[in-house]
Ligand binder design. Structure first.
Ligand code: FEO
Length: 392
């Protein structure tokens, strides 16, 4: 895609990656992604805000073909999908200064071996004049790393928000054209990237209320010409209480755990609880992460493998622990043949989940009447707790 004008003198010069299917060798990208780089031309100086994944340098090179000078290269974030082409830009524009936070400097020196003399570090709230345009730098630690900042172009009221408000979506649309279409990629992105840092994001959202913003230009996915849509979505994901939802990732090897899951889900549904179940033998972990954004309860279903949980279940538990969703209740159901410590091992894997642990239901062999009654009881307890807390 060619360079696109956002406003006079402000252009998108990034790269759309239609074919990428995995990020960080972990996160599925069903709809590809983009690495958004922005060129801001003032009356006296020119700034490039962020770069592109190094695999796509050729596209950035094409966009900058007719740009003879870049005075400032602004690095909002050190992760390589945005910073990876910085050395190439600095070589192409030997006069350019690299503008970042003090922590950003430390990270970029370590990751990319950028020499000390190329940096200009900026404090929180500091501004940089491009002549008739001014960039303001807003330190925003933990969106996504501790060094991250946002850049605000005051005269045009554009917020270059880096990973915040982004979405992994390859599209020819510069701006969001269908908000119902962007909602899921944006929520998935929030779940995978931002959810562990909810407390920080809540503070950043409050601070951004003090800025007059016409356009949000994130580092991934299309831009928002109606910023309230994505800001309101973030407010709901970050600030609202969980919903009357159980997320149930599970695996079954010989059918016992599957029988338990089937029964348990039916009873929860009868109790009026929405269940999102994920058979981890064939599930998209991004969807699982997304389901945990507003779920009140996580129930993990596992057979026993060599005394412990199934490795696929352990992987899901590890992710849940790392992503730190705002769950209120957790439980475990599952089965074993000759012996199991699966429940204890799983409990030990999720210390970050500040949730009440409800008694697990672990069954020897095929579940029988008593076991189904125990599942009924667990389902009833969950539904009752959701009702008591007013989760709707
Ligand atoms: Fe899109 Fe944290 O990088």
């Amino acid at each position: 895609m060619r360079a696109r004008q956002i406003k006079p003198g402000v252009h998108w010069v990034g790269a759309v990656d239609w074919d990428r299917r995995l990020f960080d060798a972990l996160i599925p990208l069903p709809d590809g992604t983009s690495y958004n780089s922005y060129l801001v031309q003032g009356s006296e100086k020119v700034a490039l805000i962020d770069t592109v994944d190094p695999a796509m340098i050729h596209l950035l090179d094409g966009h900058l073909e007719d740009v003879p000078v870049i005075d400032y290269l602004v690095a909002n974030h050190g992760e390589q999908d945005h910073s990876g082409s910085i050395p190439w830009v600095l070589e192409k524009y030997p006069e350019a200064k690299l503008v970042t936070t003090p922590k950003g400097k430390d990270i970029l020196m370590a990751m990319l071996h950028v020499p000390d003399q190329r940096f200009v570090t900026v404090g929180d709230g500091e501004t940089l004049s491009l002549g008739d345009r001014t960039l303001e730098f807003i330190h925003a630690p933990w969106v996504h790393w501790p060094e991250t900042m946002l850049t605000y172009l005051a005269e045009e009221r554009i917020l270059f928000s880096c990973d915040l408000f982004g979405s992994h979506l390859a599209t020819t649309d510069l701006f969001v054209t269908d908000e119902s279409q962007i909602y899921e990629p944006a929520k998935r992105y929030y779940a995978e990237i931002m959810m562990p840092f909810r407390a920080s994001i809540e503070k950043h959202l409050a601070r951004l209320e003090g800025y007059d913003i016409d356009v949000i230009a994130p580092s991934h996915g299309p831009l928002h010409a109606r910023p309230h849509f994505i800001v309101d979505a973030y407010q709901s994901w970050v600030c609202e209480p969980p919903k009357n939802v159980v997320v149930l990732p599970y695996v079954s090897m010989h059918g016992s755990t599957q029988m338990m899951v089937n029964h348990f889900v039916e009873v929860l549904a009868d109790e009026g609880v929405t269940v999102r179940q994920f058979n981890l033998a064939d599930s998209d972990v991004g969807k699982l992460a997304m389901a945990m954004v507003d779920a009140a309860t996580l129930v993990i279903g596992t057979p026993t493998v060599l005394v412990g949980p199934h490795p696929a279940v352990a992987h899901a538990a590890f992710l849940a622990n790392a992503l730190r969703p705002g769950l209120r209740f957790v439980s475990i159901i599952g089965s074993y043949g000759w012996g199991s410590k699966a429940a204890d091992q799983l409990k030990a894997m999720i210390p970050n989940l500040k949730a009440e642990l409800l008694d697990p239901v672990i069954v020897k062999g095929l579940p029988g009447e008593d076991d189904f009654r125990a599942l009924d009881e667990l389902a009833h307890t969950i539904a009752e707790k959701h009702r008591q807390q007013g989760f709707a």
